[in-house]
Ligand binder design. Structure first.
Ligand SMILES: Cc1cc2nc3c(=O)[nH]c(=O)nc-3n(C[C@H](O)[C@H](O)[C@H](O)COP(=O)(O)OP(=O)(O)OC[C@H]3O[C@@H](n4cnc5c(N)ncnc54)[C@H](O)[C@@H]3O)c2cc1C
Length: 383
């Protein structure tokens, strides 16, 4: 019987080898600690250092900045392996921070921060969302007032992934309260170690992804060197974010496909074993039809995301397609996993069952990285 393709077209011998290393690292160094991290609400800092050592961090950043020197295909391998393993480790945020610095930082900033991010010595975070403004970034209230060679920052952020351990935060701030919306915002990188006026709240209690710290951040007359501004002048923050969202949305879309594919695999295994009315659940036509639908949806998603990845590697992925990918694929992930929970019956609702955890972990994918409704507005506005 002809099967859907086994491997993505962007895979090479090198990324195949890299996949083996990543998979083994996740199995031996991350997965065994995951339950403990879920309890404490964040991964151990040693995990970041070990991940840095094996080259899992910043795999698509040039070697001159201590990155892996690969392409997004390397990053994709890590995203897929983490999604399949069910381990939630904020490595992708680390990459997002690195790409802000790579794209808009000057040489001094790149040399100062990227090697430490690649080594896992610094954990990165992106601070955009505030208690009063998430989807509407133009509503950002955190201010950065210029005072000599420093910015004085006041305000707060919420829901910040990696927030508990973050040593380096790419922060969206309002540098010019009088400038028209899009030009009022800038990105400033803050180094949190011993930073007076900086405070982080305890990891927030989430319904899924509990091993990954998500925190509130508070800034009270926090002084940051003016040299930490990203870009050659103030007021470029919104454009910088809009451009970098392509990377983030592509990554989320890929993790959605990989999770959906894995959910189908474990559900197919389960329904072949589990019996009802004297035969395996798999023998029921409804089970077969539901899984056929799930597999087809996931395959459509796979073809779409592989195409996006190839476009991204070629420097051609546009913001609109990245938005489509993020919204459609995360909706698809949630539909597929919900069906898979149903096919597990009561066991699918038990916390220790992998599919139940995948269901809780999946839900936020439709909310962050641009709520799916916001992305649909974006797509609609192109019509
Ligand atoms: C686990 C987790 C991790 C996160 N990590 C980070 C992080 O690392 N850094 C960071 O900065 N933020 C992070 N976020 C925040 C996330 O990006 C925001 O929650 C998201 O952007 C939505 O913003 P909001 O929560 O303020 O919702 P709101 O903006 O209040 O929107 C609520 C809902 O209203 C609807 N809506 C909003 N605007 C529109 C519109 N224009 N058209 C139609 N419908 C609309 C959508 O359904 C949306 O979900 C994280 C959130 C979570 C839950």
């Amino acid at each position: 019987m002809t099967s859907v393709r086994d491997e993505s077209p962007w895979m090479t011998d090198e990324t195949r080898m890299f996949r083996r290393t990543v998979r083994q690292f996740i199995e031996t160094e991350l997965a065994p600690h995951h339950a403990h991290w879920e309890q404490q609400g964040y991964p151990d800092s040693e995990a970041w250092l070990k991940a840095g050592k094996i080259g899992l961090l910043l795999s698509d950043v040039p070697e001159e900045y201590a990155g892996g020197g690969g392409t997004f295909a390397h990053e994709a391998v890590v995203i897929e392996e983490l999604a399949r393993s069910g381990v939630h480790f904020g490595f992708n945020i680390q990459s997002i921070v690195a790409h802000y610095i790579l794209a808009y930082g000057n040489e001094e900033q790149r040399k100062r921060w990227l090697p430490a991010l690649a080594a896992g010595e610094l954990v990165g975070a992106v601070g955009l969302t505030e208690p009063q403004s998430g989807s509407d970034l133009q509503g950002t209230r955190t201010t950065a007032r210029r005072d000599g060679d420093h910015y004085v920052i006041n305000g707060s952020k919420t829901f910040i992934t990696n927030g508990w351990q973050a040593g380096l935060i790419c922060l969206a701030v309002r540098t010019d309260p009088k400038a028209p919306g899009p030009r009022a915002l800038s990105l400033i990188v803050i180094e949190t170690k011993d930073l007076s006026g900086y405070r982080v709240g305890h990891p927030l209690h989430k319904i899924g992804r509990r091993a990954q710290d998500t925190c509130e951040l508070f800034f009270d007359e926090m002084r940051v060197p003016a040299a930490n501004l990203l870009g050659s002048s103030e007021g470029r923050g919104l454009l910088q974010m809009m451009d970098q969202f392509r990377y983030e949305r592509l990554s989320i879309g890929l993790s959605a496909v990989a999770a959906a594919e894995h959910a189908i695999k474990i559900t197919a295994d389960y329904v072949k074993e589990r019996k009802a009315f004297g035969k395996p659940l798999m023998d029921l036509q409804n089970t077969r039809f539901k899984l056929a639908e799930c597999k087809t949806e996931a395959h459509i998603g796979r073809v779409f995301i592989d195409n996006c990845i190839e476009q991204f590697i070629a420097g051609q992925l546009d913001s609109l397609t990245a938005a489509m990918a993020k919204y459609w694929l995360t909706d698809c992930q949630c539909r597929v996993i919900d069906e898979c929970v149903q096919l597990h019956g009561g066991y699918g609702y038990m916390q220790e069952t992998p599919i139940a955890r995948m269901w809780a972990d999946a839900r936020v994918q439709r909310i962050y990285g641009g709520a799916n409704e916001v992305l649909k507005e974006m797509v609609a506005s192109s019509l």
